[in-house]
Design a protein. Sequence first.
Lengths: 118, 396
Amino acid sequence: MKKYLLAVQFDESAPAPSEGELQEQMARTTRVTDEMRAASAWVFVGGLLPSHAATVVRPGDGTTTMTDGPFAETKEQLGGFWVIRCDDLDQALSWAEKCALACGCPIEVRPFEDAQRD
Amino acid sequence: MDLDSIYRAEYGRCVATLTRLLGDIGLAEEAVQDAFAVAVHKWDEMPPNPGAWIVTTARNRAIDRLRRESTRQARHAQALLLHRPDEPKEVGPVRDDQLRMIFTCCHPALSPLARTALTLRLLGGLEVAEIARAYLVPEATVSQRIVRAKKKIRDAGIPYRVPDAAALPDRLASVLTVLYLVFNEGYTSMSGELLRTDLCLEAVRLARALAELMPDEPEAIGLLALLLLTEARRPARVGPSGELVVLAEQDRSLWNRELIAEGHELVRWCLRRARPGPYQLQAAINAVHTDGPATDWAQVLALYDQLMRHTPTPIVALNRAVAVAEVHGPAPALAAIDELDLPGYHLLPATRADLLARLGRTAEAVAAYDEAITLATNDTERTFLETRRARLTPDD
């Protein structure tokens, strides 16, 4: 089995959805997560607050500096992620398709390092 | 047969089988190359089944090599080999191996350029240098693309498997696109280099293999028919001084009757299956073009109408307009392409120029030819357009 990160690329500049739409989106993503659990593919899921709440800590000369905001000031930010366990990329991609349709955002699929296999 | 032609014919098949046995394309390639190196020294006489000899030798060489190495990857491959102690069987499994390899090489998670390069290398058995020459890019570029693609296959866990029924239509479409692009690269280049003709032949060979492996997929059969019917006309497509000859002016006696007959047979098979798709419809259009002494344009237009329902792209709309002009005249055809948005595509202004010329709007036609000439991608097409433009202004 391999582990994959399914990272939600959330467009923070897009107009906020209505309360109703938001509820529906939440319900859809919860259903996908439940499906992952039932299929024993689920490892972790988490939604993140927007990047205004982010702080970056940088190393340098044995000390660190802190800056307000996300690592890169881009439109699309990490909005949340799933970690799943499955046989191969095809399985991971079919989960990613479900996630993308559920949350309405692009999903980046990244395999974990070999050492993380189990 | 000499060793070179054996290599070309068997390389893809052997690598496909060894990939199943070893679980890694890179290891499989090394093993197959090792086996061919052994063959150079050992074959005084050709064994009765050279492919099977290569697979067995490659497998044994791989076992030897893996025993000497102790990396994680090597242990993994060794474990796979031990789980499959039986000799690779002929026919069934070998065919399945090739099919798996086609789907792996054309996986949508790989970049389109990588899919093409991998397909030509691993299925076509072309050397990196040959692929580079055919695509007019440096060898290092092709080599890097292939290395990166193989790394992604391994690291991302792209499976070596024929996709399941749910994913098959999309994944098959990706395979067909790769083969079609390889063919078109060879067909439209017209740079006069024989190597580029090789791309056409290679695409036909791979499409034939795919059609044999998936005999119940009408689109796979449709693609083969389309390539055969297009390839059949290639000898008539370029005139004695290398100039482009349009369909209506082609010397039909130069067409390859054998390929046309085969293409027509396949199109008829598709019609009987009644599960039309974009490649089958394009094949049917080409079947009409190659049937009888002249094209039945009403039938072509009806097929384009159907194709528009499947793939309503601006390119299909542009080609449909050509049929509209033949059936209903240039004015409605011009109206049909007025709204099309195909930035940088020289055939849009070229088609517009032709229609304007037929309507007697010469000044506008000349301007449209000028635009098309600026956008044309190769000298043959540029010369063709310049000739057309010159016909409009004989006094210049």
